[in-house]
Design a protein around this ligand. Sequence first.
Ligand code: SAH
Length: 460
Amino acid sequence: MLLTLTTTHHPATDLGYLLHKHPERVFSFSVPMGQGRVFYPEAREDRCTAALLVALDPVELSRGRTGQGSGAPLEPYVNDRPYAASSFLTAALREAFGTAMSGRSKERPDLARQALPFEVHLPALPSRGSPDLAARLFGPLGYRVDARPLPLDPQFPEWGDSPYLDLKLSGTVPLQVLLAQLTVLIPVLDDARHSFVSEDEIERLQRLGDGWLAGHPERDLIVRRALKHQRDLLRLARVAFGEADQETEREQETRVAAPSLNDQRLQAVEAELTASGAARVLDLGCGEGHLVRLLLANPQFREIVGLDVSARELSRAERYLRLEELPPTVRARLKLIQGSLTYRDARLRGYDAAALVEVIEHLDEARLWTLERVVFGDARPGTVVVTTPNAEYNARYPFLGEGETRHQDHRFEWDRRTFRSWAERVADTFGYSVVFKPVGEEDPALGPATQMAVFKRGPA
Ligand code: SAH
């Protein structure tokens, strides 16, 4: 993948001082999964161009792979990552031009802060979403944008365009600002979902976006994509980017004091389990153990089993619940076990009640019948409490695009009608009755944030 940066400032060769890279030398450095090089295809007084070339090793890349790609079997080995501009390129930008990005230059300190005429060329830039996105992102920042879609195959124009652009930008900006804008916006155009972003990313986005991001007409899209659509990060970002500004302290207080949807859900489930009179309960798909913690605090529940398919979640639960530090009498009431709800499991039989809190949507819809058989057909607790998102309510989340789910791992999110007919069919099939209850804020038209079904086993 390639990026070139040209200036026509006079003398143009000052670019070497600004980038801290000598025009007569090739600068090589390593990047995650590959090699970067900076060199100058032209270095004259009137025009000087620096090129950043990044070569990734496809085999390394397939090894380092996390998360999901397209899902095609050869996708880890055959993909656009080595060729198209992406976060790998911007990581190399940061590595190669760190000093310039911090706005410093030993030899040309004044020039580093000055707006200079620059041209940027990205010959292969993925652009997902509408074709004019590059113009919508760079245009408002004052660049002239020349974005040409690349054909899928130049020999067969009838096949149409690929999702890649040949992008040229020109504008007069300080180098530091130009590099910051490229670093943020290249991955935003790419919108790859397979890299992990952490909370540090918000801080970085704030720093790189200083002075231009907050007022950008596409700010929401930029932030959403830069944070990889992660709900929790987006929530933090909204505060970080000042949307809490208008709130009075009083409002902030109530916002903090109001229980989160997650807390409301857990409380609602605990209330149902308590009301059922259960003493021995199952938390199926317990995750980190938030519900387990509530249940442990209530002596009515004499025996609690938390089950999850993921060993990682179970060890997180051990830490979250501080198992080591629990008094022995409390500790003795709890078992954490690993298992999958898609296989019959004798350990789950004979309990009074079970909770499935935000679990069903993690299974493929086509495989859900296996869970139904295991829980309702074989384990057969007297009470079963199931919660799942209400897809209709997603319209209330401004950061969710059309048809997007609340979490990347969700295989589906159902509207109220679909959940109801699923639950009624399950109750019918396995001899249960079912009632529905709203959880969380309830929109008059869209319904509650979370939907809950409470099943009771009928007479045998
Ligand atoms: N109930 C928890 C976690 C919800 S996330 C809470 O409300 O906080 C969904 C959980 O279901 C994850 O921890 C995941 O590991 C688990 N899970 C997904 N498929 C499963 C399966 N087939 N069997 C058991 N657990 C499963």
